[in-house]
Design a protein around this ligand. Structure first.
Ligand SMILES: CCCCCCCCC/C=C/C(=O)SCCNC(=O)CCNC(=O)[C@H](O)C(C)(C)COP(=O)(O)OP(=O)(O)OC[C@H]1O[C@@H](n2cnc3c(N)ncnc32)[C@H](O)[C@@H]1OP(=O)(O)O
Ligand SMILES: NC(=O)C1=CN([C@@H]2O[C@H](COP(=O)(O)OP(=O)(O)OC[C@H]3O[C@@H](n4cnc5c(N)ncnc54)[C@H](OP(=O)(O)O)[C@@H]3O)[C@@H](O)[C@H]2O)C=CC1
Length: 283
């Protein structure tokens, strides 16, 4: 669906790029001519991913980096600049999350999520942003958030994630204005349900929960990683050069179904409607 050279020779850093959605985005970028640098805590995961991702060609540099640690982020960008000579695009995709009643959380559990999602995204953004501003080079930052951030509704049972992702969205919009003069563009994606090992193991531990959640999606299916990857490719490309500070939701209509007061009526049959309309029409 895209020109094969859409991202030709663009250097892209993807945090959490060795697994799940980060990896799917990276694979699509590679097909479109980009050069990748993937980073996360587990070096062995990155090494395996890099090897598999380059099986069809392309270049994937990897480096272990904990985005909660300022020094490790500086080391990451030093290494990527030394390897490729530049960075054009940053995808802030690394995250942590799990379901829990909020009153069961310790301060440590809250920090575990906030530090990866909010602090980690802020630190990578700051480190690269300063380098771009100093060198006069611009670029694009894509932040992966969630529908409960984009809708503004938040969500029970994942409250540290809801608070952190809302902060990331605020960072996106704030810097879209403040850093535009430096040629730095900010965009975000709010994915709905995309099955990945990382998300499912922590958020959808039973088939019953999966079934309940699925019922919330008007399209009655989960998303394909390739659908998300295509959106991520467009948003960071020059073709989307006038989109700045925007978050694009890709969720099969899930959040809208939850938002409309009468959408619960979706399951009524024609017979049910015959009865209801007999009751509601003026006699
Ligand atoms: C179809 C539908 C689609 C539904 C899909 C809809 C998608 C919703 C949006 C999805 C958003 C995502 O981000 S999905 C991304 C999912 N991927 C990830 O989370 C990958 C990275 N995650 C991790 O590394 C870990 O899970 C995480 C806990 C966040 C961080 O690990 P750490 O090693 O730093 O932390 P730990 O030392 O293990 O734990 C820190 C504290 O947190 C507590 N803790 C850890 N896990 C806990 C848990 N499950 N329940 C309660 N408490 C927990 C511990 O007890 C500790 O508290 P104390 O005991 O007090 O010390
Ligand atoms: N899957 C879904 O349905 C949805 C996902 N999202 C978002 O999509 C993104 C990807 O999630 P998904 O692919 O599902 O899950 P994954 O668990 O596969 O991805 C999370 C990644 O973040 C990395 N990571 C976690 N902590 C750190 C850290 N401290 N430093 C560096 N890297 C870290 C992990 O690698 P490592 O453990 O090696 O550090 C992992 O690669 C996240 O931002 C998530 O919030 C949003 C809505 C829905």
């Amino acid at each position: 669906m895209f020109r094969r050279d859409l991202l030709q020779d663009k250097v892209v850093v993807i945090t959490g790029g060795g697994t799940g959605l980060g990896r799917a985005i990276g694979e699509r970028y590679l097909e479109l001519g980009a050069k990748l640098a993937i980073a996360s805590r587990r070096e062995e995961v990155l090494a395996r991913a890099a090897q598999e991702m380059t099986a069809q060609g392309g270049e994937v540099f990897y480096k272990s980096c904990d985005v909660r640690e300022e020094k490790q982020i500086a080391d990451l960008f030093d290494a990527v600049f030394a390897h490729y000579g530049k960075v054009d695009i940053l995808v802030n995709n690394a995250a942590g999350n799990f379901i829990s009643p909020t009153e069961r959380l310790s301060a440590h559990a809250v920090d575990a999520v906030l530090k990866i999602v909010l602090h980690g995204t802020f630190y990578t953004t700051l480190e690269l942003g300063k380098r771009w501003i100093t060198s006069g080079q611009g670029g694009v930052m894509l932040n992966i958030v969630t529908t409960y951030a984009a809708s503004g509704a938040g969500s029970g049972f994942v409250v540290p994630s809801a608070a952190a992702k809302a902060g990331v969205l605020s960072l996106t919009r704030s810097l879209a204005v403040e850093w535009a003069k430096y040629g730095i563009r900010q965009v975000a994606i709010a994915p709905g349900m995309f099955p990945t090992e990382g998300a499912w193991s922590r958020l959808v531990p039973s088939d019953e929960i999966a079934e309940r959640l699925m019922h919330r999606v008007p399209l009655r299916r989960v998303g394909n990683k390739s659908e998300l990857a295509n959106l991520a490719a467009f948003l960071v490309s020059d073709e989307a050069g006038y989109i700045n500070g925007e978050v694009v939701t890709i969720d099969g209509g899930e959040w809208l179904q939850g938002a409309g007061e009468f959408n619960e009526l979706i399951d009524l049959s024609a017979h049910d409607w015959d009865q209801l309309s007999a009751m509601t029409r003026k006699k």
